[in-house]
Write a protein that binds this ligand. Structure first.
Ligand SMILES: Cc1ncc(COP(=O)(O)O)c(C=O)c1O
Length: 366
């Protein structure tokens, strides 16, 4: 099987599994317990916190472990009060967009930022933001469907000075390009473990120490009181190990992915009627979203699956629905063309032979 859907999820790295196993077996202590087993679990969490912090150039005390990117995004928004003013675009992940809908129904004012046909915020965005004076702004670093990379830093720098709280969803950027929390100048940043060859159901919100955090879960005071509940020790250990590996192997993986992506795009360009979305925009080194005129993306996905090739027809959370990709629609792509979309997201185990086989299969199917 060729797994070409790493933006949906990645396989667990076997070194991550090895690091996790002891905490699923003998080392089952509760990190809040004062006796030895508890202290071992606490130390393991401290180590993972350090590993995740190091990957993003933050301090360990700035990392709040969560159940994943979705919860981290929710935690970032949790402090918004009814009537607050916030801004974000229509290409954010559903775990961000759905909150905007909820907040609007609670009387909050949403400045919905438009993106251009290239998937990026246009040059007048900062002026619009400054005029609106939002209390909270969320801008994703890398888009999960098209892979486009937004210059979050320029917005965060400028908006910070005006007193806005700035959040970025860096779930898709992590492990694929360098992600430096301090350089991005944001107040909060969401991460997820299962996009970097770690376990599912684990993530983190990295925050600037002065930023107020409103917990979603209250109780035992874990995670400095920001996220109660007995920690998922094995998953956190796995996330830490995955972060350590992601940092050590970042340059090699980036080079490998960029080579494969170039080969993929070269092959795709020989397919008649094919468009690569956001082709000329800076994108993640592993992501290519394309559509072939007159060919339904979901149908192509199902046929590729029969040949052992796993791709996505958009974001995993939206697949199965018949709606065109909201990301492409926000970019001004006509709904009929958006329904042709197929996303290939490469990973470290993919090879040039996989790309050749994919292009061959695609042409045969068409
Ligand atoms: C950009 C982005 N944000 C957030 C999430 C949610 O992360 P998780 O699956 O860990 O909840 C995803 C997952 O696809 C994502 O792509």
């Amino acid at each position: 099987m060729s797994h070409f859907d790493h933006n949906a999820t990645t396989p667990l790295d076997e070194r991550v599994l090895a690091a996790m196993l002891p905490y699923l077996q003998g080392l089952y202590g509760n990190p809040s317990s004062l006796y030895r087993l508890g202290r071992i679990a606490r130390t393991a969490i401290d180590c993972a916190r350090e590993q995740v912090a190091t990957l993003v150039g933050a301090a360990a005390g700035q990392v709040i472990f969560t159940s994943g990117g979705t919860e981290a995004n929710h935690l970032a928004f949790a402090g918004l009060k009814p009537g607050a003013r916030f801004a974000l675009s229509g290409i954010e992940h559903p775990s961000v967009l759905q909150q905007a809908v909820r907040l609007q129904s609670q009387g909050c004012q949403w400045l919905k930022l438009d993106v251009g046909g290239n998937g990026l915020l246009p040059p007048d965005t900062l002026a619009k933001l400054k005029a609106f004076r939002p209390e909270f702004v969320s801008i994703m670093r890398a888009n999960n469907e098209t892979g486009t990379l937004e210059d979050v830093r320029q917005y965060a720098h400028a908006l910070r000075a005006d007193g806005s709280i700035v959040h970025t969803d860096a779930v898709q950027a992590l492990g694929k390009i360098p992600v430096a929390f301090t350089e991005l100048a944001v107040h909060m940043m969401s991460l997820s473990s299962h996009k970097i060859y770690g376990p599912k159901g684990c993530g983190a919100l990295v925050y600037d120490k002065g930023t107020p955090i409103t917990p979603l879960l209250m109780g035992g005071g874990q995670e400095q009181g920001h996220r109660a509940g007995t920690e998922n020790v094995a998953a956190i250990v796995g996330f830490g190990k995955a972060a350590e590996l992601a940092l050590a192997e970042l340059d090699d993986n980036r080079r490998h992915l960029a080579r494969l992506k170039a080969a993929l795009e070269q092959g795709l360009k020989t397919v008649p009627g094919l468009t690569i979305f956001a082709e000329h925009t800076p994108r993640l080194p592993n992501t290519v979203q394309f559509g072939i005129a007159g060919i339904d993306g979901e149908m192509l996905l199902m046929n590729l699956d029969k040949h052992g090739i796993a791709v996505s027809s958009g974001s995993a959370c939206a697949s199965g629905g018949s709606e065109p990709s909201p990301v492409l629609v926000a970019m001004g792509v006509a709904p009929e063309q958006a329904k042709t979309a197929v996303r290939v997201s490469l990973g470290k185990a993919n090879s040039e032979a996989d790309i050749v086989a994919f292009i061959h299969c695609l042409k045969t199917l068409i």
